[in-house]
Design a protein around this ligand. Sequence first.
Ligand SMILES: Cc1cc2nc3c(=O)[nH]c(=O)nc-3n(C[C@H](O)[C@H](O)[C@H](O)COP(=O)(O)OP(=O)(O)OC[C@H]3O[C@@H](n4cnc5c(N)ncnc54)[C@H](O)[C@@H]3O)c2cc1C
Length: 86
Amino acid sequence: MSFDYDLFVIGAGSGGSATAKQVASYGKRVATSEQETIGGTCLNRGCIPKKFIVYAADFALQNQVASNYGWDKMWVELLIGRALSN
Ligand SMILES: Cc1cc2nc3c(=O)[nH]c(=O)nc-3n(C[C@H](O)[C@H](O)[C@H](O)COP(=O)(O)OP(=O)(O)OC[C@H]3O[C@@H](n4cnc5c(N)ncnc54)[C@H](O)[C@@H]3O)c2cc1C
């Protein structure tokens, strides 16, 4: 029996993408399917967006303690729309 691909990966998140890339690097024929967005949870909803939001929130804390280190007001307002679109 012959197949079009040596490996068919369902889901192009971190795991699926890494698997597909590694197996393809051995010269195997690989196909991937993704039902939502390439990159999966980590890239689109998890690690990366979370880190960005945590860093943005941390600036507010830094702003509160900055005066203890001699800084005057550094930031007054978080433009959340701008932060998220970045
Ligand atoms: C809020 C949050 C923060 C996180 N922060 C971190 C972090 O800082 N560091 C860290 O190491 N990990 C973090 N993680 C965990 C990390 O996101 C996961 O470990 C990682 O995404 C798992 O990768 P995966 O490929 O197994 O699954 P996923 O990334 O979820 O990929 C699975 C993919 O399969 C697709 N799929 C599912 N069913 C089908 C189907 N039938 N047909 C086609 N496609 C399908 C989905 O749409 C999805 O894109 C975080 C997770 C969350 C939720």
